[in-house]
Write a protein of this length. Structure first.
Length: 292
């Protein structure tokens, strides 16, 4: 009976820390400190792709942080979404302060911050059995709300064509591979005007994925499509339910938010813009060149 209970527990909680391997800890205090112990920093890959928004990262993609992200993404250690979400929320918060100063979302007022995840390919999601970036984003939204910043996840980005595996591609090849690969779902452009948009991802290396996500969001424009809007909201309702299972998720946005346009969320000519981007971790080299 004891062995059966042990096996069942291992299915729910990891048998070792996702970062360093310490036994009986989802993520030990030392590894949590690596992810969230320091203030998030602005990061810039070299070369920096055109159109890349201002990106903030919570940690360097190395050692414990890298191991934790891979355990969540590739090994299905879903309990790590909570601490990874806390780290991502810190990066989002740093970007909002830099972009907004005294804007109302910093102090818990106005429209919610819209966290827009960079989408994973359908094949990758099927292979992993979950969408790691979306799961971390849901945890981050809950953490932001608990700190007084209204936030919700807006999963409107889609891949409109297949892309090659980027693991062996250099920065130029990644840009070419992703060029024009993302689009905003029907009705999504209108939703993107309801608050400041922050693109989110788990890791940034060359910045190609984030730059392409920013291009797709900016190109979306203000599209009025009632049918498409309802379809996206149905997805968001499902995400809201899932958020209760990621972190504590105690504060749930009730009802359908009003259509309010925030200064800085919409660019010239009605093209949706982003106020920044945030990732859990970025390439160590991107922390070194931090021009202001």
């Amino acid at each position: 009976m004891r062995r059966w209970w042990q096996d069942l527990t291992d299915l729910v909680l990891p048998a070792e820390c996702g970062g360093c391997g310490r036994t009986r800890a989802v993520l030990c205090q030392e590894c949590r400190a690596v992810l969230s112990g320091a203030a998030a920093s602005r990061v810039r890959p070299v070369p920096e792709p055109a159109g890349l928004p201002v990106v903030h990262a919570a940690a360097r993609y190395a050692d414990e942080a890298r191991a934790t992200l891979l355990a969540h993404k590739e090994r299905g250690a879903l309990a790590l979404a909570g601490p990874l979400g806390v780290a991502l929320a810190g990066a989002v918060r740093a970007g909002l302060h830099r972009a907004g100063g005294e804007q109302p979302w910093i102090h818990g007022g106005g429209a919610p911050v819209l966290l827009v995840p960079v989408p994973s390919g359908r094949r990758a999601v099927r292979a992993r059995g979950h969408d790691p970036v979306r799961r971390i984003a849901l945890a981050a939204a809950g953490e932001l709300r608990r700190s007084g910043i209204p936030a919700r996840v807006l999963g409107v980005l889609r891949q409109r064509r297949a892309v090659a595996d980027q693991a062996e591609l250099n920065s130029r090849q990644r840009l070419e591979n992703l060029a024009g690969a993302l689009t905003v779902a029907p009705g999504g452009a209108r939703l993107l005007t309801e608050g400041p948009v922050v693109l989110v991802d788990d890791v940034m290396t060359t910045g190609a994925s984030m730059a392409e996500a920013a291009r797709a969001v900016r190109a979306a424009g203000l599209v009025s499509n009632a049918v498409g809007t309802e379809a996206v909201y149905e997805g968001e309702t499902r995400e809201s339910r899932e958020e209760q299972n990621v972190g504590s998720g105690r504060e749930r946005t009730a009802g359908r938010p009003g259509r309010r346009v925030i200064a800085g969320a919409v660019g010239v000519g009605g093209v949706v813009d982003v106020v920044g981007a945030a990732v859990v971790a970025a390439s160590p080299d991107s922390f070194e060149i931090n021009r202001n």
